[in-house]
Design a protein around this ligand. Structure first.
Ligand SMILES: Cc1ncc(COP(=O)(O)O)c(/C=N/[C@@H]2CCCCNC2=O)c1O
Length: 438
């Protein structure tokens, strides 16, 4: 047994290109909504491992489903053979997801591969090669999904040729109003982006990594109206905010949207690698052997997916997210009376963001260093959470949907103390230097 710490061994073995570390936390276990640090300390997880742990850790429903499916494993490849858990999960997803016409389900391993698949099959099936997406959007880290993303963390890779990136209207920082964005789109349609060349719009119904932004009411409907006028498909990326997180089963339902394709990831697997795309049969049946991944839709991951959907229903997690999420946001808002740095608390259900500012009047974002220090202090005080935003100034809370009211109180008290500690200069620039990653 090595006498090095897990963190030291990680530094000596795991590639930096796959890391996005916000604190020194090294995890050796997890139960409920808590992570167990090397050395045994328990931390409250307000991040859900960046979203997938929507049932927390070690949930009996997932343990039971995964154990049963792996003990009598129906192969490991949906592309070679149908398996009961995958087909059952597809049936469940089709039943709970509003949409028009006959549809089909594709399974993958991640939000990235799901959006990658959607881009490729839409271009092939429609014969249209342009896409519309949004500045700040994060659809994935594979070539296709990155190519239609607009996040500042991806400027190392050029966008896909022909992608039109529009500003995402932000009610707290209305640099571009919804009306101005739509006018820009209309102008693009008249000039450099002929609508008949556009295969699809990719949109997050609540922009997460771009800063936890809830779009202005009516924006998505106005966008949908333009898409319908020009035969442009609508792809809703529910990877991070879907499946009960925002107080409805699907985040797009807050906007009355009827998407053509819906992309699921993160929480659908309850922590196991699983994603899905639901789309019209005429698109998703474009051609056999078009979007293959050997272990996608395997019986173990899809058994976890079935357990997730059944647990959402059995434990009434849609209602719970609305209720506990409102408590979380409201309690965070009380901190604004104590901390001038809190400019805005926003989100839907248990997708919550705290926008940190230098000045409430100008709404100038704090520096990434300040945000990172608050995350670091939160870690020292016993909670795990992350930051997002194009200026790295938004605390992101995507906790398990099983978060309790007591844990809300515990978590907000830690955020309160972390902000106070940073304001008092208790965290140094050196403390966070190695955690300034995006
Ligand atoms: C709306 C949305 N769509 C797709 C993805 C990509 O999902 P994967 O990271 O599972 O490939 C994501 C992933 N978002 C990043 C993953 C990198 C670490 C930072 N936090 C995230 O949630 C996403 O938020």
């Amino acid at each position: 047994m090595s006498n090095l710490s897990l963190r030291e061994r990680d530094a000596a073995t795991i590639a930096q290109i796959g890391k996005l570390r916000f604190s020194p936390l090294s995890v050796v276990g997890g139960q409920g909504n808590r992570l167990i640090e090397e050395g045994g300390r328990s931390l409250l997880d307000l991040s859900g491992s960046a979203g997938p742990a929507i049932l927390g850790y070690g949930h009996p429903a997932i343990v039971e489903a995964v154990e049963a499916s792996i003990r009598d494993m129906a192969g490991a490849s949906l592309l070679l053979y149908p398996n009961e858990p995958a087909v059952s999960l597809a049936e469940r997803l089709l039943a709970i997801t509003p949409g028009n016409g006959e549809r089909r389900v594709w399974f993958g391993h991640s939000g990235s591969d799901a959006n990658d698949c959607a881009v490729r099959v839409l271009q092939a099936a429609t014969g249209r090669s342009r896409f519309i997406s949004f500045i700040g959007s994060y659809h994935g880290n594979l070539s296709g999904s990155m190519g239609i993303s607009g996040h500042t963390a991806m400027t190392h890779t050029l966008p896909r040729p022909g992608v039109l990136l529009l500003p995402y209207p932000d009610p707290y920082r209305p640099q571009f109003s919804a009306e101005e964005v739509l006018a820009l789109l209309d102008y693009q349609f008249e000039t450099t982006c002929p609508p008949h060349q556009v295969a699809a719009v990719f949109i997050e119904p609540l922009m997460s990594d771009g800063g936890l932004i809830v779009p202005p009411p009516g924006f998505l409907n106005a966008l949908e109206e333009r898409c319908r006028r020009h035969g442009i498909r609508i792809v809703v990326d529910e990877v991070k905010v879907g499946l009960a997180r925002t107080g409805l089963m699907h985040c797009f339902q807050h906007e009355g949207l009827t998407p053509d394709l819906v992309v699921f990831g993160k929480g659908i697997g309850g922590g196991l690698p699983l994603s899905a795309v639901i789309g019209p049969k005429e698109i998703m049946d474009h051609a056999p052997a078009f979007a293959l991944q050997t272990t996608a839709g395997n019986p173990v991951a899809t058994s976890a997916g079935n357990a997730v959907l059944k647990t959402i229903e059995r434990e009434e997690l849609v209602e719970r997210s609305a209720r506990v999420g409102a408590l979380f946001s409201d309690t965070l808002k009380t901190l604004a009376a104590k901390h001038e740095i809190i400019g805005d608390v926003r989100g839907r259900g248990l997708a919550v963001g705290v926008d940190l500012v230098k000045d409430r009047k100008t709404r100038e974002p704090v520096t990434a260093t300040t945000t990172a220090k608050i995350i670091y202090s939160g870690y020292e005080l016993g909670a795990a959470f992350t930051y997002v935003g194009l200026k790295a100034n938004v605390l992101e809370f995507m906790p398990p949907l099983t978060l309790t009211e007591d844990e809300v109180a515990e978590g907000v008290a830690i955020v309160d103390q972390a902000i106070a500690d940073v304001s008092a200069g208790k965290v140094s620039d050196t403390d966070v230097a190695s955690f300034m990653m995006w």
